[in-house]
Design a protein around this ligand. Structure first.
Ligand SMILES: Cc1cc2nc3c(=O)[nH]c(=O)nc-3n(C[C@H](O)[C@H](O)[C@H](O)COP(=O)(O)O)c2cc1C
Length: 287
């Protein structure tokens, strides 16, 4: 049983690195094999939106395919990320944007367990880092079995929080157990969040809520004066991450590329006027 860890912080022994190591150390104690990747220390290039990866390997030469190979070799994945400007660091976003090229590998990650660790520095400023990372995991097919959001600002501050280190170890244990088939359902410690991605950023529509990431609806209920959100038991099967809906979306993407081929010449013809007008500038060294 191999569990891969990915961190998106460049800081060695920063909060996300330490929490990831704590989770992986627990897995190692349980008999698992572990490895970790520090994304900002790799060469990751931007997606060029060419859609070439729908038919053949991605043309960009960098470390992304190596990361996918390591994910493929592992039974489970843990991503540990800091919050940067209410979102995720660029290195992780670069990987997220490249995931279309994963579709060619088929549904190899479908149902594999994942854990998610998010660190943020200021209460109320965690933004959408959890959601942005969940999207990558769910879109690739993983099921999130546990997540932690930790407030820690100073580098290495989590080392002063024994309860948080224990919590990260528990996350590792849960991921390991899910990968060994000992636990199958997602384990969440928080109420009123999406049971699939963990998001609290839910849209309110009359007496219902909708998770904008997973596209599932929950019912709002008032119990003893407190708002409770109830999601259906088969939320995952109803979500956009279910095998059927993922397949539908892939078919839609492929058909829209085919549609583009039908109108490509017409579009190219109309680009002439715009091509003649070039307002773009570059730093001197790139000219
Ligand atoms: C560029 C940058 C942007 C940040 N933006 C936020 C933010 O929007 N909200 C927040 O709560 N913390 C923010 N932080 C704080 C980090 O999320 C926090 O310190 C985290 O523990 C860092 O994890 P690390 O030590 O693993 O890098 C930011 C830190 C940096 C360096």
């Amino acid at each position: 049983m191999r569990v891969l860890g990915i961190t998106s912080s460049y800081r060695r022994l920063g909060n996300t690195d330490i929490l990831l190591r704590a989770a992986l150390m627990r897995i190692k104690e349980l008999g698992g094999d572990v490895a970790a990747i520090c994304l900002p220390r790799l060469e990751l290039k931007i997606c060029k939106a060419c859609y070439h990866c729908f038919w053949e390997d991605c043309m960009i030469q960098d470390d992304v395919e190596w990361v996918y190979d390591e994910m493929e070799k592992s039974d489970a994945l843990i991503i540990s990320t800091p919050t940067y400007i209410l979102s995720i660091p660029g290195a992780l976003k670069l990987l997220v944007d490249r995931l279309l090229s994963l579709y060619r590998r088929g549904d190899i990650f479908l149902g594999r367990p994942a854990g998610l660790i998010v660190a943020y520095g200021v209460e109320g400023w965690s933004g959408l880092a959890l959601e942005n990372t969940s999207t990558f995991l769910l879109a690739t097919g993983y099921r999130i079995v546990d997540f932690i959001k930790v407030r820690a600002a100073i580098p290495g501050e989590v080392l002063l929080m024994d309860d948080i280190i224990s919590r990260a170890r528990l996350l590792g244990e849960r991921v390991y157990k899910a990968a060994s088939g000992e636990a199958t359902s997602p384990i969440y410690t928080k109420e009123n969040c999406c049971p699939i991605c963990g998001s609290e950023a839910l849209h309110i529509i009359k007496d219902k809520v909708r998770c904008p990431l997973c596209d599932i609806e929950g019912q709002i209920e008032l119990i003893d004066g407190e708002v409770k959100v109830m999601f259906p038991k088969d939320a995952y099967e109803k979500s956009r991450w279910s095998k059927e809906r993922r397949m539908e979306h892939l078919e839609y993407l492929v058909s829209s590329v085919n549609e583009y081929m039908d109108v490509k010449d017409q579009i190219l013809e109309r680009t002439k006027e715009f091509l003649a007008f070039n307002p773009y500038i570059k730093p001197e060294e790139y000219k």
